[in-house]
Design a protein around this ligand. Structure first.
Ligand SMILES: [Cu+2]
Length: 166
């Protein structure tokens, strides 16, 4: 039977394809685990987008996300949401985002986020965009942001309240 080996390879390929679609992706650099970097599709003409992920520090010393670069984006910054005179505003974190030893920090809509400014083209759901995260101690790592649908929320996250990010 000539077709059997090919069939087996095809089945393996299907398994690989479905598992890579079904499971969130992640990265590890030093003591840091970066879980599922993602962003949202943008409407035509939009100039900005937010980047989100969860970062866990399993080490014994604090670290900081100090810079982010995203391909096709003029400039990226690390932002927090904060209450200023009773209004929720976002503002840059001048010394980056701290990830304390043994803790996790979630970047998500309405909270900490990577601000992508100056999109060269709209972000399309289903695509990925490459970027680099730079940490003070752990160093740099290349990641892929998955572009999810417009209005997508983090898994299981349906909290639209404008509570201060603290
Ligand atoms: Cu922002």
């Amino acid at each position: 039977m000539q077709f059997l080996p090919n069939t087996r390879i095809f089945v393996l390929f299907l398994c690989f394809l479905s598992s890579s679609l079904a499971f969130a992706h992640g990265y590890k650099v030093g003591d840091l685990d970066i879980h599922h970097p993602w962003t949202r599709a943008t409407p035509a003409g939009a100039d900005v987008a937010g980047g989100y992920m969860e970062i866990s520090n399993s080490g014994t010393s604090d670290d900081r996300l100090v810079a982010v670069e995203v391909s096709g984006v003029h400039m990226s910054a690390i932002h927090e949401m904060a209450m200023v005179d009773g209004i929720m505003k976002m503002r840059p974190l001048p010394s980056g985002l701290e990830i304390k030893a043994g803790q996790s920090v979630v970047l998500k809509p309405g909270a900490f986020h990577v601000m992508m400014m100056g999109l060269s083209k709209p972000l399309v759901a289903g695509e990925t965009i490459s970027g680099t995260l730079q940490f003070e101690k752990a160093g740099s790592i290349a990641v892929e942001f998955k572009v999810e649908a417009m209005g997508a929320e983090p898994n299981g996250q349906h909290n639209h309240s404008a509570a201060p990010a603290n």
